[in-house]
Write a protein that binds this ligand. Structure first.
Ligand SMILES: NC(=O)c1ccc[n+]([C@@H]2O[C@H](COP(=O)([O-])OP(=O)(O)OC[C@H]3O[C@@H](n4cnc5c(N)ncnc54)[C@H](OP(=O)(O)O)[C@@H]3O)[C@@H](O)[C@H]2O)c1
Length: 338
């Protein structure tokens, strides 16, 4: 596989996508970001004047409209990092807002990449949500186990799309079925590109995309900001695994550049477990303004199972940041926002 030169990044104006864009640009690659909002694309370019000649944006209003995607992969695009997917728990219709757009997005991006003939690799941002088995028997039996890239969430489509289910379960389904659609597409169509999927857990850290105020922080960072703002009671983590966004961005770019990553499903994840109680302690230890308002709690951290972040670290050359660094870097940045 020759090294990519010009990479299409979907979700480029989002929390993870913007960091991916920055790592690609810092490596000398050309980047085309995809967004539904040209204004957000322009804001990203204006914030990176030194890269204006290597960063352009295309508008994709709706992944269900194939025309715009064909244009997005034209003009020499030789690799794609597909990050875009709805990630919010603020929904009224889970299937329409979370599940269908996630699946349509993957199918449309892969099918445009296959038609282009020039794309050699596609990296898809999946999620630990597509790995997690919340009812795994080992746990009930008290047997320690470690999640690896071979594990899949057993949710059925019907369970995740059920009107009575929560947005959290529907989001887990959206990521599982979108990622499955990607692997199925490659198996059925044997396109000219190979596929790598990344299944990160909760992702935190400083933002590189345009965020005007703390109320606009992405879903995962908004949880840390609640802690730093002194919200009580502290939120409780559903899963104790996490990764710093800068490590995850690097994982995306290395997954694109390492020829041997083709066909792999990785879980980039820090070996350190987190809780919002730990986050509160870090905030109090580092920021005097938080004394009095933020009250650390000794929250129990689930030690009944682990996650294999080591395979991704070895293959992609990652050195995971500490939770302390991630929390302090985000909180310092968010505190300066209106
Ligand atoms: N943050 C986490 O903790 C975490 C953990 C694991 C996996 N992930 C995955 O990482 C990816 C990015 O998450 P993020 O935290 O960076 O979220 P984000 O800040 O909300 O960014 C997602 C981007 O995707 C685009 N998007 C959202 N809904 C869309 C839709 N219906 N159609 C087309 N584009 C849409 C948006 O771009 P435009 O508005 O510019 O179109 C948005 O900037 C998602 O696939 C998510 O599932 C996130």
């Amino acid at each position: 596989m020759s090294s990519p030169q010009y990479v299409l990044v979907t979700g480029a104006t989002g929390f993870i996508g913007a960091h991916v864009v920055d790592v690609l640009l810092s490596r000398g690659l050309r980047v085309r970001g995809a967004t539904r909002s040209p204004a957000k694309g322009e804001a990203m370019r204006n914030a990176r004047p030194q890269y204006k000649d290597r960063l352009d944006f295309v508008q994709i209003r709706d992944f269900a409209q194939p025309g715009e995607l064909s244009e997005a992969v034209a003009g020499g695009i030789d690799a794609v990092i597909h990050v875009a997917s709805p990630f919010t728990y603020d929904t009224t219709d889970n299937e329409k807002e979370l599940i269908i757009p996630a699946i349509n997005g993957v199918k449309a991006v892969l099918s445009a990449a296959a038609s282009s003939g020039s794309v050699k690799r596609v990296v898809v941002t999946s999620s630990f949500a597509s790995v997690l088995d919340a009812d795994r028997k080992d746990r009930a039996n008290g047997v320690y186990f470690t999640y690896t890239g071979a594990d899949w969430n057993p949710l059925t489509y019907e369970e995740s799309a059920d009107k009575a289910t929560s947005a959290v379960i529907a989001y887990r389904g959206s990521k599982k079925f979108a990622e499955k659609a990607a692997w199925d597409f490659v198996a059925e169509n044997k396109p000219s590109f190979d596929l790598v999927t990344l299944c990160p857990p909760m992702t935190f850290g400083p933002v590189a995309h345009p965020v005007a105020k703390t109320a606009d922080l992405n879903e995962s960072n908004a949880m840390l900001w609640k802690v730093a703002s002194g919200e009580k009671p502290l939120p409780v983590a559903r899963v104790p695994f996490w990764i710093d966004v800068r490590d995850l961005a690097l994982a995306h770019v290395e997954a694109l550049l390492h020829p041997e990553a083709g066909g792999q499903r990785y879980i980039p994840a820090s070996p350190e477990r987190f809780s919002y109680g730990k986050a509160a302690q870090i905030v109090v230890d580092h920021f005097e303004w938080a004394h009095g308002s933020v009250v650390p709690e000794d929250q129990p951290v689930d030690e009944s199972h682990g996650v294999d972040g080591e395979t991704a670290a070895k293959a992609l050359g990652l050195q995971y940041k500490t939770f302390e660094q991630t929390v302090t870097d985000l909180v310092k940045q968010a505190k300066a926002m209106p």
